[in-house]
Design a binder for this molecule. Structure first.
Ligand code: SAH
Ligand code: SF4
Length: 347
């Protein structure tokens, strides 16, 4: 177990306190100190005996991530480069709007899926984040804004369902009364379409929200755009999403990047309309954000994007929303998060 990577989750703590013969109420006490009171050292836990503080310091060291760099967008979005205890780095984004603060969190350093339009995908996979690292990075944003996080979207770097356990543990901490107390319905997991993960997620008791990055409802195009998902066939994905809706009563939403000449053609939109109406999903149309790693792809012009949204509603009866770019001026928008070296030298 990689305890040195700040992997202090509820289960590990429970095991350790059990081994030390501590009473059960200590677990909640310690968790509250870590997640609610945000201690930097176990020595701050005034109602916990000295010997236990020492044992925790040695066996489950608190190695909280730090903000290495912060960039501010004209629209209020803030992008952070977060330094992890082993020197790896990950990006996280804060998106304020009136009385809400949404955090776009990462679940992995890098990503193995290799989507051609995504900066993270071009950097390859480095490692999974631990649950503690995911939550800590969200807390850094909360502290920096001085405002409670109201919503979390797992739409930063990485594929959440390729790191299922840690992602779900992070969601539980974020949701818990001893944690950040964020309502499950205000937290969204975005997957590129790992079918086994969707099936598991359907059985989770909490009412988290599910988004699926579709980008094409035609197998050939999807295989080209998202090579890491080739073995997750669209037919199986559709089935898993229908089952998800039947089980949970919650409609998944589909993320769809509009890529000129690739995902916005007449055949593509027809396939998308049929796919979305079969599962009763809402579609978020995302203008493609530019990335240095691939300058051959372009976003669909905005007039055509609006036409597509209207067509999806009129012909297929599916709700389609055209999403705004946020933080694009600091490369903080969807798919623009990349690995450390570029992030450090950028801006
Ligand atoms: N790996 C997960 C979650 C992170 S990506 C997933 O793919 O769902 C967050 C969203 O941004 C996904 O919908 C992703 O497909 C999309 N995205 C990636 N690159 C993009 C780009 N250049 N422009 C617009 N959206 C992009
Ligand atoms: Fe990974 Fe998602 Fe980027 Fe694809 S879009 S490479 S799955 S982070």
């Amino acid at each position: 177990m990689r305890r040195t990577l700040a992997n202090y989750d509820a289960q590990q703590l429970t095991e350790l306190l059990g081994q030390l013969g501590e009473p059960n109420y200590r677990i909640d006490q310690v968790l509250e100190w870590i997640w609610k009171k945000r201690i930097a050292s176990y020595d701050e836990m005034t109602n916990v005996p000295q010997h236990l503080r020492e044992a925790l310091t040695h066996q489950l060291p608190l190695k909280r991530p730090t903000i290495v760099k912060r960039q501010l967008s004209r629209d209020g979005t803030r992008k952070y480069l977060v330094g992890l205890s082993d020197g790896e780095r990950v990006e996280v984004v804060g998106l304020p709007s009136k009385d809400r603060l949404t955090v776009c969190a990462s679940t992995q350093v890098g990503c193995a899926m290799g989507c051609t339009f995504c900066a993270t995908g071009h950097g390859g996979f480095v490692r999974d984040l631990t649950a503690a690292e995911i939550v800590d990075s969200i807390m850094l944003v909360e502290d920096d804004f001085g405002m409670r996080v109201s919503n979390v979207v797992m739409m930063g770097q990485g594929e959440p369902f390729a790191n299922y356990e840690a992602t779900l543990e992070a969601l539980r901490i974020l949701n818990a009364a001893w944690g950040l107390g964020i309502g499950a319905r205000h937290m969204t997991v975005s997957t590129s379409g790992l079918v086994a993960g969707i099936e598991r997620f359907a059985d989770e008791p909490q009412q988290y929200t599910l988004a699926v990055s579709l980008h094409s409802a035609r197998q050939v195009t999807r295989d080209r755009l998202m090579p890491g998902l080739k073995n997750q066939k669209l037919a199986l994905l559709k089935e898993a999403l229908i089952d998800y809706y039947e089980k949970t009563g919650r409609r998944p939403s589909l993320e769809y990047a509009l890529i000129a000449g690739q995902s916005d053609t007449v055949e593509e939109i027809e396939a998308l309309g049929k796919f979305a109406s079969a599962i009763g999903a809402h579609i978020n149309l995302i203008p493609l954000n530019t990335i240095d790693e691939n300058d051959e792809i372009r976003s669909t012009p905005s007039a055509r994007a609006q036409e597509i949204a209207a067509l999806l509603r009129a012909r297929y009866g599916v709700e389609a929303t055209l999403r705004k770019r946020r933080g694009a001026d600091i490369d903080a928008a969807c798919g623009q998060l990349r690995q450390r070296s570029e992030s450090v030298s950028g801006s």
